[in-house]
Every structure is written in structure tokens, then in C-alpha cells.
Design a protein around this ligand. Structure first.
Ligand code: ATP
Ligand SMILES: Cc1cn([C@H]2C[C@H](O)[C@@H](COP(=O)(O)O)O2)c(=O)[nH]c1=O
Length: 209
């Protein structure tokens, strides 16, 4: 099996990414693959601090360009401090969100432009894209309802955006599938969690051979 791959999980709020990453990381460890699971924005101290600024529900005045730049700044620090060294050490890295979140949320849904957001991210991390991206696709209403029903995490500034915004995020992601068909693989996230884990595992298992 290939090992030092950079794999990202993407999708709207409440799609199940965090839950599935934990289960997939356990399975990979059983296959003796040295795996690092991390997340964006965050994953290391400086980026976690930037995360609290971006996602604070009180920061309603945040300009969309400030938002895009803060995500890119958090990404740069996280990538060079944690992700790149782990890949260089031969580990597999699984990241809960990465550049495609910026392209879908800031580039497409906020309306800054996908190419503009891509270019600030190229400044932040260079032209390296993930090796494999799994997109959890589902109606935003379903994901948002899961978050409000379970109450396991705080509702953040992006969660409370309008339904129209979250629908644009989904559309933005689906456009990215057309742009990067070799890299981005879509999983139906509107299934029970065991089924989603099996679908993701099957996709990854194929890609890792
Ligand atoms: N397939 C599923 N069916 C029903 N509930 C699910 C499913 N997947 C996840 N959940 C539940 O939905 C909630 C959100 O899941 P999770 O945190 O894994 O999503 P996420 O994609 O990481 O969300 P976010 O990006 O908004 O943090 C959790 O309470 C989780 O138990
Ligand atoms: C990396 C990244 C994230 N976002 C958004 C997506 C979510 O609404 C939050 C992160 O919260 P989660 O519970 O960790 O999923 O931030 C974004 O808009 N742009 C990005 O680059």
C-alpha cells in the first residue's frame, strides 16, 4: 500500500467528515499505516488561534477578504509546521478540510472568485494540492439539522449563514469536482454512518494500491 499520501476530506457542515476520519484512521492503523489526522482551520497552536478569530459568532463585521486571508494564513502555518514534515517523514496525512473549503466557501459562495482565492492560497502554500480528496455530498439542510440536533459542538459564524449561502457552498464543491475530476471523489453522505465509512474505505483502498 502507498503510504505518504496527503488525503483531504471536504463537504458542508455536519456532513460526517470528523466522525468518518476517526474510523478510517483506526482502520489504516490496523493496516500498519502510520497516519496523522489533523484539521483546518487549526491543527497547531497558531492556526487554532486564527480559527477562534474566524469562527467567533460575534465577528459579524469580518470582511470576506479578511476571512479568505485568515484561512490562508492558518493553512500556511499548519501546512509548513505539521503537514509537510509528516509527509516528509513518510506518514499519511488525513486533513479535515483544506484548500477546497476556501475555494467553495470564499471563492464561490462568498463570491470572491475561485481563481482569486486559489492565487492567495498558492502564495500561502505553493501549488501543492492534496493527492486524494473525498467530498461528502449532501443537502445542506440535512447537515445543519444534524449539528443543531446533536449539539456536540458550538454553532460558529459560518454555520449561521443563510441556507442560500450553504446551497452555494454545495454548488461550489460540485464545480470543483468538474475542475479536478482525478483528485476529488464524491461520497453520498446522506446514508447511515457505517455505509459512508464503507464507501470511503472502498475509495481509499483502491487509491492506495
Ligand atoms: N451519516 C450520518 N448520519 C447521521 N448522523 C451523522 C452522520 N454522520 C455524522 N453524523 C452526526 O452529525 C454530526 C456532525 O458530524 P461530524 O462532526 O462528523 O460532521 P463534520 O462534517 O465534521 O461537520 P463540520 O464540518 O460542520 O464540523 C455529529 O453529531 C455526528 O454524530
Ligand atoms: C478550512 C476552511 C473552512 N471554512 C469553514 C467551513 C466551516 O464552516 C468552518 C470550519 O468549521 P468545522 O467545524 O471545522 O468544519 O470554516 C471556510 O470557509 N474556508 C476554509 O478554508
Amino acid at each position: 500500500m502507498k503510504s505518504n499520501l496527503f488525503i483531504t476530506f471536504e463537504g458542508p457542515e455536519g456532513a460526517g467528515k470528523t466522525t468518518v476520519i476517526q474510523k478510517i484512521a483506526e482502520r489504516l492503523a490496523q493496516e500498519n499505516i502510520d497516519v496523522l489526522a489533523t484539521r483546518e482551520p487549526g491543527g497547531i497552536e497558531i492556526a487554532e488561534k486564527i480559527r477562534t478569530i474566524i469562527l467567533n459568532p460575534a465577528h459579524t463585521a469580518m470582511d470576506e477578504r479578511t476571512e479568505a486571508l485568515l484561512y490562508a494564513a492558518a493553512r500556511s502555518q499548519h501546512y509548513f509546521e505539521k503537514v509537510r514534515p509528516a509527509l516528509d517523514a513518510g506518514k499519511m496525512v488525513i486533513c479535515d478540510r483544506f484548500i477546497d473549503s476556501s475555494l467553495a466557501y470564499q471563492g464561490y459562495a462568498r463570491g470572491i472568485g475561485v481563481d482569486e482565492v486559489l492565487s492567495i492560497n498558492e502564495f500561502a502554500i505553493g501549488k501543492k494540492l492534496p493527492d486524494i480528496t473525498i467530498l461528502f455530498d449532501l443537502e445542506p439542510e440535512i447537515g445543519l439539522a444534524r449539528i443543531h440536533a446533536h449539539g456536540e459542538r458550538e454553532v460558529n459564524r459560518l454555520d449561521v449563514e443563510s441556507l442560500a449561502f450553504h446551497q452555494k457552498v454545495r454548488k461550489g464543491y460540485l464545480q470543483l469536482v468538474d475542475r479536478y475530476p482525478e483528485r476529488i471523489h464524491v461520497v453520498n453522505a446522506d446514508q447511515n454512518i457505517e455505509r459512508v465509512v464503507e464507501d470511503v474505505w472502498a475509495l481509499l483502498f483502491d487509491a492506495l494500491q
